[in-house]
Design a protein around this ligand. Structure first.
Ligand code: PLP
Length: 387
């Protein structure tokens, strides 16, 4: 299949990124911050009533957090290191939530001392730690959701708890002097089935009602996590369709009096802003008669493309070479046989592709730089430039 630039970037934007890239040694990712700014505005206009907490893990670069800070975003933080980094840009603790359910007691205390008062949880042990280390804080309980078959990067099994456990935890939160504030879920990253939100919101509604009726606890917030789409090879609906449907689900269950709604986008805000530029190291065949070619590039699973694990995320790959296409296996530069990006899903690349040609991996702004190994096989971490 051949990839068309216009399906991913406005032509002038791509030309600007490419001109910048042409002057530099590969590999690196180049990120156009205007695209991030536009995605943020688009999200706000589709969900005007929601508070946005950028999931910093998607790309923690200061260029991005400062941009989103200035646009009024809040921040979903996963560790004390992200916390320090984001607060160093002048973001106040009232704009931060500690969204990781797996945390040390001393890290909870660190957040509390910095002024953060909103914590996610999904277990009794963690809740008790929060009560001790962050007394009186708001807590929201993350529930398990369906949808792992239709998300390209599923998350739910590791995080969240069943409805009954969520009820128990929120009741316990109150007993422990915390503020039982709401429910969160994450339907899985790059979730292609919008109906998954319907089932998740219905579960939340049950929890809201049961706590109110049976325990007099009035929850105030739903954190709907991420899961909104970036533009990869597998097509998705556009964001407006997601928003229209999700708002309909919310209204079906909660009527016009919606609780506070939080969104935690990572991928959908950032991915489309990046182009990872790599160079072909070698093209080879495994025997004289082998039909299949192997294309080895100077980036791989360990230098930013870990989301090709199990070939989960299929990045669009563009090259300037044109002509007859042939199926290829695409692999990285390290001495590790796990460093194969695509073997089963057959990418077509031009037959005349050779060493030194550049490959442009589209929609690579999210979960690339932050996932890159620091020194595997001696290769440095993935470089990034922000335009
Ligand atoms: C708690 C939490 N919120 C939000 C996100 C961002 O999700 P996405 O990149 O699908 O927008 C993640 C991703 O791992 C997450 O763990």
């Amino acid at each position: 299949m051949s990839i068309k630039i216009e399906d991913y970037y406005p032509r002038e934007t791509f030309q600007k990124m490419k001109a910048f890239a042409d002057e530099r040694e590969t590999p690196f990712v180049v990120i156009d911050t205007q695209i991030i700014s536009d995605s943020y505005d688009q999200l706000v206009s589709n969900f005007p009533f929601a508070k946005i907490y950028y999931a910093v893990k998607a790309n923690p670069a200061t260029e991005i957090t400062e941009l989103l800070r200035d646009k009024g975003s809040n921040f979903d933080i996963a560790s004390i290191y992200e916390l320090d980094k984001v607060m160093a840009t002048g973001v106040g603790p009232e704009r931060i939530s500690y969204g990781n359910t797996i945390k040390k007691s001393k890290d909870i205390r660190y957040f509390y001392e910095k002024g953060v008062r909103m914590f996610a949880t999904d277990s009794e042990a963690d809740l008790r730690n929060i009560a001790k280390a962050a007394p009186g804080s708001k807590v929201y309980v993350r529930i398990l959701t369906e949808g792992s078959n239709t998300a390209d990067w599923p998350l739910s099994r590791k995080f969240g708890c069943q409805t009954d456990m969520a009820l128990d935890l929120l009741i316990l939160a109150k007993q422990l002097g915390l503020d039982p504030y709401g429910i969160s879920f994450h339907v899985g990253s790059q979730q292609r089935d919008i109906d998954v939100w319907d089932a998740a919101i219905a579960k939340v509604k049950v929890i809201f009602e049961r706590l109110k009726e049976e325990d007099g606890i009035v929850l105030k917030m739903i954190n709907m996590g991420g899961g909104f789409p970036a533009n990869y090879i597998a097509k998705t609906n556009d964001l407006t369709t997601y928003a229209d449907e999700i708002i309909r689900f919310l209204k079906d269950d909660f009527g016009d009096e919606l609780p506070e709604i939080i969104l935690e986008p990572g991928r959908s805000l950032i991915a489309n802003a990046g182009v990872l530029v790599s160079e072909v190291v070698l093209v080879s065949r495994k025997s004289r008669t082998a039909v299949e070619r192997w294309v080895f590039t100077d980036v791989g699973k360990f230098s930013g493309l870990i989301e090709t694990m199990d070939e989960s995320i299929k990045f669009p790959i563009w090259t300037e070479k044109k002509g007859e296409m042939e199926e290829v296996v695409i692999a990285g530069p390290t001495c590790d046989s796990a460093d194969i990006m695509y073997e089963h899903y057959k990418y077509g690349l031009p037959l005349n592709l050779s060493s030194g040609d550049r490959l442009y991996w589209f929609s690579t702004g999210a979960y690339t730089t932050s996932y890159s190994a620091v020194e595997f096989n001696g290769f440095p971490p993935l470089k990034a430039y922000y335009l």
